[in-house]
Design a binder for this molecule. Structure first.
Ligand SMILES: Cc1cc2nc3c(=O)[nH]c(=O)nc-3n(C[C@H](O)[C@H](O)[C@H](O)COP(=O)(O)OP(=O)(O)OC[C@H]3O[C@@H](n4cnc5c(N)ncnc54)[C@H](O)[C@@H]3O)c2cc1C
Length: 379
């Protein structure tokens, strides 16, 4: 067993750290405060191939492994969770299913542009009446000649309005339950497809979250991803990988909160000495570091299993459950260490606290992760 990062993984980690320090950290507080999507970062991320980390070079990607990809998401989230989720929704939820299930033509047409960062992706499964119960969606796709006609509403879609390509699930056979759900690759400019108003969110405020509306939206037959009726399976497999990305986001948020707490504890003087010399503060930091190290092992293990071609549904659920709850706890302690200033926008820990919470909710709530884990244990 080897816990060392490879030379390539270390190189990517060093490169993304430099990028984050130069381009992401300086704007993180501002884009959060203004709920501003950081459009200027997209070409910069693309230039470093950070929008296609785990995809082959011949399809426009960086040709790196999933551990490297997870390191990228972690380092981005350490400074800005919004940027991390923009990249992970794009890569894990849009590029990956086309790469995994698309025809050669679809891969050539879409993966190349997505992985190189020439276009941005999104994934639309959730509907107003279908969240955790994702199979309860009512969006329909009816075959009519050479096209499918889509009608329905998706909700809470990350990168909504900024994405060029959307993976969208819809019922092609309403009588067939989950086997009647299909997935489609939808271009942003199709007539009948509109994007609604952005949500005003508690955290990850710089990421865009919108509804999508389909009204007699005609999509060409060849926009079908995989086979008819396989959309639910594609979506569930996509979320397995996506969850490792959200776990990495949580890990980065938690590490960022530790970084800020250590720096503050050394500089803040009370009772004539830095608060870092108080055992109460030291113990909080010790618990934060221990929990984050445990989370990192789980997250990296899940990514490693994906790289090794092993099953990772269970490990992704464990990693996401643990890392996201650790992030919330650690960010809470970080505010405690900062005292009053921790509750203000002058320090990054209140943002970490707000950003951490979403990791317990999207791509399957913590309750869903527990259902997956218990289902495996009790089989
Ligand atoms: C900021 C943001 C970004 C998002 N991005 C995307 C995206 O890009 N694409 C996309 O498709 N979706 C996206 N989502 C949707 C997200 O995945 C869902 O919000 C999430 O899956 C929960 O669904 P829900 O909100 O409908 O909650 P509900 O399903 O209504 O759940 C409410 C509560 O009930 C619990 N619950 C429900 N069923 C069970 C059960 N059987 N057992 C135990 N507890 C249960 C839940 O855990 C939760 O605590 C996003 C959401 C947010 C907030």
């Amino acid at each position: 067993m080897n816990f060392e990062l490879s030379e390539e993984q270390l190189l990517i980690q060093g490169m993304v750290k430099e990028f984050v320090a130069a381009e992401v950290a300086p704007i993180a507080a501002e884009i959060d405060r203004n709920h501003r999507f950081p459009a200027e970062l997209i070409p910069k991320l693309a230039e470093l191939n950070l929008l296609g980390v785990p995809f082959p070079e011949e399809l426009g990607g960086a040709g790196a492994d999933n551990v490297s990809y997870i390191i990228v998401l972690e380092e981005l989230a350490r400074a800005c969770a919004s940027t991390s989720v923009i990249v992970s929704a794009h890569s894990s939820l849009c590029t990956w299913p086309i790469f995994a299930f698309g025809s050669d033509l679809q891969k050539k047409k879409y993966v190349t542009d997505l992985a190189s960062g020439a276009s941005l992706g999104a994934f639309a499964l959730t509907e107003p009446g279908a969240g955790t119960d994702a199979a309860a969606g009512t969006t329909t796709a009816v075959l009519d000649g050479d096209s499918y006609v889509l009608n329905g509403t998706k909700t809470f879609i990350t990168n909504g309005g900024f994405a060029d390509v959307y993976i969208v699930t819809a019922m092609t056979d309403q009588a067939a339950g989950t086997k009647g759900i299909s997935a489609f690759i939808i271009d942003k400019d199709l007539p009948g497809f509109t994007v609604g108003e952005r949500e005003h969110k508690m955290g990850i405020r710089a990421s865009s979250t919108t509804p999508l509306y389909f009204s007699n939206c005609r999509v060409p037959k060849d926009a079908l991803l995989g086979q008819e009726g396989k959309g639910f399976k594609i979506a569930m497999m996509t979320l397995d990988g996506g969850r490792i990305g959200i776990a990495a986001q949580a890990l980065g948020i938690a590490q960022g909160a530790i970084d800020a707490s250590v720096a503050y504890a050394k500089e803040r003087v009370q009772f004539g000495k830095p608060i870092a010399r108080l055992q109460a503060i030291q113990w909080m930091i010790a618990d934060m570091v221990t929990e984050v190290e445990a989370a990192r092992l789980l997250v990296y293990q899940a990514a490693w299993r994906k790289d090794a071609g092993l099953s990772y549904t269970r490990e992704a659920a464990i990693a996401k459950l643990f890392a996201s709850e650790v992030a919330t706890r650690v960010a809470g302690k970080a505010i405690q260490i900062h005292g009053g200033v921790g509750y203000t926008e002058s320090y990054p820990v209140e943002r970490a606290y707000r950003d951490a919470k979403i990791c317990e909710i999207y791509e399957g709530t913590s309750e869903v992760q527990r259902m997956v884990i218990a289902g495996g244990a009790l089989r």
